[in-house]
Design a protein around this ligand. Structure first.
Ligand code: 3Y8
Ligand code: NAP
Length: 249
């Protein structure tokens, strides 16, 4: 019998959870515990780290997990690495539900950079108005560019003071809309956007809005994750699970 662990935390993982619940699949949804009030899931849910790859391997054995689906965000590279290692140790089938990176549309002006440090370096010297749509965990490096007026978007309100003298925080968890992001960028006179290439539809609005407004986007490329089987749709993952279920594996 199939008993699946879904490593979640994204809108795609949420769609998979809905499909799994509808199919009455025996599955557990896992959050990393990054946000205060994560979205409710129609599956039994666990929250927090496992304790590295070995902790995840122990969890798989203890919970008699038969299949692991890595539906985490493309920037959750450590979780993805641990999933590959733990599934190797325990010989558990693993598949990644991965969404394609956003591709630059004609007319878009992107500055593609490999990491946060290069994104900071790509900002102009002259004071300007920057929309930092990269969450809360990677703000500190921008403190070396205090001259800009920053708009930040977090899922939860900031607990401590920000390391930026001129910063304004929007608290919103997405998914975001083109109208909403266009209005926000116009109202705040945004001239530059910094984004990570998350892919998917849940946060694409800011990229389309930048394109419509002809604004430059500093686009941070995804980190490398180890090779593993991947699916690009919920249907494919369900077949991967359902197929073995009907074989009674
Ligand atoms: C805790 C689960 C849904 C899911 C919403 C998607 C869409 C918005 C893209 C912007 C970019 C950002 C951020 C973002 C995206 C969706 C999706 C997606 C980017 C939640 C969620 C959790 C998290 C963690 C959080 C990070 C932060 C990143 C905000 C839930 C809402 C910027 C990534 O405060 C913190 O510490 C937040 C940390 C990791 C990146 C960062 O470094 O700050 N996501 N996001 C998951 C867990 O605990 O396991 O709370 O319900 C999920 C979503 N995040 O409801 O439809 O495509 O999946 N989330 C980035 O750079 O792309 C927002 O603002 O435009
Ligand atoms: P990360 O850096 O790859 O992971 C760091 C550690 O957090 C992992 O080693 C693991 O701890 C724990 N962890 C992460 N995701 C987990 C999950 N789904 N279930 C259980 N433990 C998890 O992860 P991250 O980038 O901080 O992302 C954390 C969560 O937010 C993930 O669920 C991800 O899908 C979601 N998210 C992230 C982003 C992003 O920009 N990174 C965007 C949207 C959503 P142990 O080593 O102790 O097991």
């Amino acid at each position: 019998m199939v008993r699946a662990l879904i490593l979640g935390g994204t809108s795609d993982a949420n769609l998979l959870a809905e499909a799994a619940a509808r199919a009455e699949l025996d599955a557990i949804y896992s959050y990393g515990g990054r946000t205060r009030a994560p979205a409710h899931q129609p599956l039994p849910t666990r929250t927090g780290g496992f304790g590295g790859a070995s902790g995840l391997a122990d969890y798989i054995r203890r919970e008699s997990i038969t299949h692991v689906v890595d539906a985490t965000h493309p920037f959750a590279a450590e979780m993805s690495r641990n999933a590959v290692a733990a599934c190797m140790i325990t010989q558990t089938p693993l598949i990644a539900l991965e969404r394609a990176p956003w591709a630059k549309a004609t007319g878009d002006s992107w500055i593609e950079v490999p990491d946060i440090a290069s994104a900071v370096a790509a900002l102009p010297e002259q004071r300007t108005r920057v929309f930092l749509a990269i969450g809360r965990q990677h703000i500190a490096p921008f403190a070396t560019r205090p001259q800009h007026a920053y708009t930040l978007r977090f899922v939860d309100p900031p607990e401590a003071a920000l390391p930026l003298p001129d910063a304004d925080v929007i608290v919103s968890r997405g998914p975001f809309t083109l109208t909403g992001d266009l209005d926000m960028m116009r109202a705040r006179g945004i001239a530059w956007i910094v984004a990570r290439n998350s892919g998917g539809d849940g946060a694409r609005a800011k990229i389309d809005a930048a394109g419509e407004l002809g604004l430059p986007v500093i686009m941070i490329a995804r980190p490398q994750v180890p090779d593993r089987p991947r699916a690009d749709s919920v249907t494919e993952v369900m077949q991967w699970l359902g197929h073995r279920a009907c074989l009674g594996a």
